[in-house]
Design a protein around this ligand. Structure first.
Ligand code: CTP
Length: 396
C-alpha cells in the first residue's frame, strides 16, 4: 500500500503514544498521512511529534484563524482513502455511532465516505458494557470495520480485554481495506507458511529455519487483492494477519490434512511452507533418556503435499510451489515444476545475500512452462505482490 491518503484520528487514551509508530510506518510506505487529534489526545502525545512524523499539519482545532482557502474538514474527508480512529475511546465510539460532530475529528469523520477503521482501546468494563457493545454493533451496521481489542495488562491496572492491538496489526488492518485493484475478488486462495515440527518425544522436535514471512506476505497480498484467504501456518513469531482464516499446524501430517482437505474449495494453492520430508518412525510418549554411544533415529517419509495436490489438480486450479535450493537453483527448481505438476515454482537460493530465512528481503525467480522470470532483490512484501500479479493477474 502506497500513495494512499490515510487520515488518522487520535482520541484520549494512553495507547495514543503507540500511534506515533503507526503514523511513521504509514509515511515510510509512501502514503499521505493526516492526523486529527481531540483535545484529550493532546494530553497523551503532542501534535508536534505527529506533525514531524506525518510531515503534514496536525489538526486539533475546528476554528482556526490561519487562512486556508478550503473548508479543511470537508477537503480532508473528500481525499481520504482510509479513515482510522486509534485509539478509539468509549466516548468517541458513542459519538460516531450517533452522528455527533462537535469537533474537528468527529466532523471530518462524519463527512468522510471512505473505508473506516475503528480501533477500540479502553478498560474491560467500559468495553464490555452493553452500551459500548451496542455502539460497536451500530458502527459495524453502517459498514465500518472494527478491530478486535487485544487482551492483557491495561494501563488502569486491570488485566483483560481492551488493549489496543499493536501498530503493526493496525497497519495490516488498514492495508486490508485500503482501495486497490481487487483482481482476486471472488477467488479463494490457500497459502501454507512457516516450518513444520516433527516430534521425537514430548520435549524435542525436528524443524527448520523458516520464519514464515514469505508465506504470510503472500497471504496478505492475496487478501489485499480481494481474495478470501486461508493460511495454514506452522509455528512463527508473526502476528496473526487481519481478515485471514488462520489454521495453526504443527507437523507435516497436520499440514497435509489442513491443505488436502481444502484443495477442492480453493482456486489457488500456494505451498510456501518449509515442510519436513521425514518424520520419526516412532514418537516416544516419555522423554528419551541418553545412553552411551551413537543414537540412531529411524525416519520415514512424509506426504509430499504439493505432489499430491498436483495429482488431484482440478480444472482451472493454480498450484504454486517454492523451491529453496543451495545449489543448481534453476535446474533443481525446474525439475520440481514437472515432478509436482505445479503451474509455477518460485525458486530462491539461500546462498544469495538478502534472500532466504529470517530476512525481510528475497531474490526469487518465477519458473513456469513458459520460462524464467527473475524478480531481483525486493522486500518480501513486494516479492509477494509481484508473484501474485505475475501468476494470477489476467492481462498483466
Ligand atoms: N513440499 C510439500 N510437501 C513436502 C515437502 C515439500 O508440499 N513433504 C512443497 C514445499 O512447500 C515447496 C515444494 O514442495 O512448495 C518444494 O519443496 P522443497 O523442500 O524445495 O523440495 P522437496 O520437494 O522437498 O525436494 P528436495 O528436498 O529433494 O529438494
Amino acid at each position: 500500500m502506497k500513495d494512499k491518503c490515510i487520515v488518522v484520528g487520535i482520541t484520549g487514551g494512553i495507547a495514543a503514544f503507540k500511534i506515533c509508530s503507526l503514523v511513521s510506518s504509514l509515511k515510510k510506505k509512501g502514503n499521505d498521512v493526516h492526523v486529527l487529534m481531540t483535545k484529550e489526545a493532546e494530553q497523551f502525545v503532542t501534535p508536534l511529534t505527529l506533525q514531524t512524523l506525518s510531515a503534514n499539519r496536525v489538526i486539533t482545532d475546528m476554528f482556526t484563524t490561519d487562512f486556508t482557502p478550503d473548508v479543511h474538514h470537508i477537503s480532508l474527508a473528500k481525499k481520504a482513502d482510509v479513515f482510522v480512529i486509534a485509539p478509539a475511546t468509549a466516548n468517541i465510539i458513542a459519538k460516531i455511532a450517533h452522528g455527533i460532530a462537535d469537533d474537528m475529528l468527529t466532523s471530518t469523520f462524519l463527512a468522510a465516505g471512505c473505508e473506516k477503521l475503528i480501533v477500540p482501546a479502553m478498560n474491560t468494563g467500559m468495553l464490555e458494557n452493553p452500551i459500548t457493545q451496542d455502539n460497536i454493533a451500530t458502527l459495524k451496521k453502517y459498514g465500518m470495520h472494527v478491530l478486535d481489542s487485544a487482551s492483557g495488562y491495561l494501563a488502569c491496572g486491570d488485566t483483560g480485554k481492551g488493549r489496543m492491538p499493536e501498530p503493526s496489526v493496525i497497519l495490516d488492518a488498514i492495508e486490508a481495506i485500503a482501495p486497490g485493484e481487487r483482481y482476486l475478488e471472488g477467488k479463494r486462495v490457500l497459502v501454507s507458511a512457516g516450518p513444520t515440527r516433527e516430534a521425537l518425544d514430548p520435549v524435542r522436535y525436528i524443524t527448520n529455519h523458516s520464519s514464515g514471512k514469505m508465506g504470510y506476505e503472500l497471504a496478505k497480498a492475496a487478501r489485499n487483492a480481494g481474495a478470501k484467504v486461508t493460511l495454514a501456518a506452522g509455528h512463527t513469531e508473526l502476528a496473526d494477519p487481519v481478515g485471514i482464516d488462520l489454521v495453526h499446524i504443527e507437523s507435516a501430517a497436520d499440514l497435509a490434512d489442513a491443505v488436502l482437505s481444502r484443495q477442492e474449495e480453493n482456486d489457488v494453492i500456494i505451498m510456501a511452507a518449509a515442510v519436513a520430508d521425514y518424520t520419526p518412525v516412532h514418537v516416544d510418549d516419555q522423554k528419551i533418556k541418553k545412553s552411551e554411544g551413537e543414537f540412531n533415529l529411524p525416519l520415514k517419509r512424509t506426504t509430499d503435499i504439493l505432489k499430491a495436490l498436483g495429482e488431484n489438480k482440478k480444472e482451472g486450479q493454480v498450484l504454486i510451489g517454492f523451491a529453496m535450493e543451495t545449489q543448481n537453483l534453476i535446474e533443481n527448481a525446474s525439475k520440481k515444476l514437472s515432478a509436482k505438476n505445479a503451474d509455477y515454482i518460485i525458486a530462491n537460493s539461500i546462498a544469495d545475500a538478502g534472500a532466504g530465512f529470517g530476512v525481510d528481503t528475497n531474490i526469487v525467480t518465477i519458473i513456469s512452462k513458459d520460462g524464467l522470470n527473475p524478480l531481483g532483490l525486493l522486500s518480501k512484501e513486494e516479492t509477494a505482490e509481484k508473484i501474485l500479479e505475475f501468476c494470477l493477474k489476467k492481462g498483466k
